[in-house]
Ligand binder design. Sequence first.
Ligand code: UDP
Ligand code: MG
Length: 321
Amino acid sequence: MAAKKTLPVLYVVTPCYNEEKVLPLTYPLFLKKVKELIKAKMVSPESKVLFVNDGSKDETWDIITKIAKENKEIEGICLSRNRGHQNAVLAGLMEAKERCDITVSIDCDGQDDIDAIDEMIRRYAEGYEVVYGVRSKRDTDTFFKRFTAESFYKLLHMMGAEIVFNHADYRLVSSRVLNEFESFREVNLFLRGMFPLVGFKSTTVAYERQERMAGESHYPLSKMLALAFDGITSLSIKPIRIITGIGVIVAIISFAGVIYSIASFFAGRTVPGWTSMTCILCFVSGIQLISLGIIGEYVGKTYLETKQRPRYIISERTYKE
Ligand code: UDP
Ligand code: MG
């Protein structure tokens, strides 16, 4: 507890991928927030905003280097190529953890209400090591986005992934938790499902989700489905259990069917059963294929994990290491 008497150093970690349109609008907000927090003596004057350029193909990195030069509260790192949102956040957190006491990860598009950081820091001061930002309303989302996003959380929950409802990647995490988190070496990242596994005292803070200030979402339905599937298969083996369950039920029904057909044969009631044969064949082979696919997904994951490739490579920094 002694450490908390001195002001904690805060790092706001923000992943950016092709955000040249939105960054010039949002970086002043991040900057202002950090300066306000420093002034209010809630965080140390060493606190910073760390922008992670996730291999953008536009002017994003140029913007980051420029604003880092102009403001001592801003720093940037550049990944060697696009590695996706989750890896970019992880890169930023791992980079920050050596130099701070608390990190807050937040999207750079202005959708997450930046003022919730105050409340998060207050919670940290009360002794919480992880504070999850939770969306209170989704008024600004389209019906479709809201429906798919909420189904996403429900599906994940049903499939046995322990996640905080309506929490995305806006969260405060202490460097102490990040040090433990480092030993989670998986390459299939699903951060929001992994932090609950690390444990420590955690709580939630509600905030309202805004509309994107500019540019477009990188998460269309296809990517969201991919993320949901990744989330489930990285965190839980429930789908395999469900397959086993279905297998058992189908086996019992099939067995009953076999007895029935043999009985029919002896009773002399057999007819050329082409239709029933085809139905059974289709049904069983369908189930087998789905099952094989899902099992294959886990085998694929294992394959990727055994390679132990680096999850990201930092190619440039706006400061000396
Ligand atoms: N992002 C990233 N790498 C990617 C895709 C997205 O770093 O490959 C960043 C993006 O710049 C943004 C955040 O991840 O800061 C969330 O993306 P987006 O706003 O497109 O998703 P949505 O909020 O629509 O779910
Ligand atoms: Mg967004």
